[in-house]
Design a protein around this ligand. Structure first.
Ligand code: ATP
Length: 239
């Protein structure tokens, strides 16, 4: 993967026809930093991630990794620049065994000792994926599928992991399992961009956060600052 560098998003906008879903947003993720984006349904979080990845067209804006311009890099090549992506809704391959799903995450790598070591690390992080290696991914529970989606992204050995709403549809217990995993990945030096409706999870897992409303960044601050903000507490934490 790429050497340590800051991923910077400048003046990014997304339009669907005449509708502006993301309006000129900026943020950056330094090596080892974890950034969260919270917002209600439809605030533009998914569109931001997809535009970053090149999965939807950007209307203006720059994406850079250190000095390198990623503006023209197609989504499938982002992984070669060290950027991993866990899409909303997991999108595992239900008809393929768990192990095959994991190996597909390493499509840009050779099957060598390093890749085997990554598979062992993923099994260590998610023992259930090793235990259920021969089961079809479609037979896993929602929580297990989310782990598989994260494990599959890790198989590419990214430097930066983008996660789109990993808590979706999971019980509080499983959400706290996701939090543990994210904290562990952070400890290992992985940079994270976590997009979530679950503000509590996001404040727990990240150090810097953005609040998106109607396609714009309404607030930014440290997770600590935002979790103490009166408005954030009322609207996003339900306190
Ligand atoms: P969610 O929690 O559902 O993922 P979000 O914050 O990620 O919400 P987006 O999915 O990015 O929000 O949607 C932002 C806005 O863009 C919404 O108003 C949505 O209806 C609109 N939108 C999203 N995708 C499309 C599309 N393919 N075509 C037209 N409008 C879209």
């Amino acid at each position: 993967p790429a050497h340590a560098a800051t991923l910077a998003v400048d003046d990014l906008s997304v339009h669907y026809g005449g509708v502006c879903a993301v309006r000129s947003i900026d943020f950056s993720i330094a090596p080892g930093e974890s950034v969260g984006i919270i917002g209600a349904n439809g605030a533009g979080k998914t569109s931001t991630l997809k535009a970053l990845m090149g999965l939807v067209p950007r209307s203006g804006g720059r994406i850079t990794l250190g000095e390198r311009d990623l503006g023209k890099v197609p989504a499938r090549d982002m992984v070669r620049h060290g950027i991993g992506y866990v899409p909303e809704g997991r999108h595992v391959f239900p008809g393929l065994p768990v192990e095959k799903n994991l190996l597909l995450g390493a499509y840009a790598r050779r099957w060598d000792d390093e890749t085997r070591a990554t598979l062992a690390e993923v099994h260590e992080l998610f023992p259930v994926l090793g235990e259920m290696g021969t089961r079809l991914a479609g037979a896993l529970s929602g929580g297990q599928q989310q782990m598989l989606a994260i494990g599959r992204a890790l198989m590419a050995r990214p430097r930066i992991l983008l996660l789109d709403e990993p808590s979706m549809g999971l019980s509080p217990k499983l959400v706290s399992g996701i939090l543990d995993v994210l904290l562990r990945l952070r400890e290992e030096g992985l940079s994270l961009l976590l997009v979530e409706q679950n503000a509590k999870l996001t404040f727990g897992a990240t150090s810097h956060c953005l609040v998106m409303e109607n396609g714009e960044v309404a607030m930014t601050g440290s997770a600590q600052e935002l979790s103490r903000d009166e408005r954030v507490r009322r609207i996003y934490l339900g306190l």
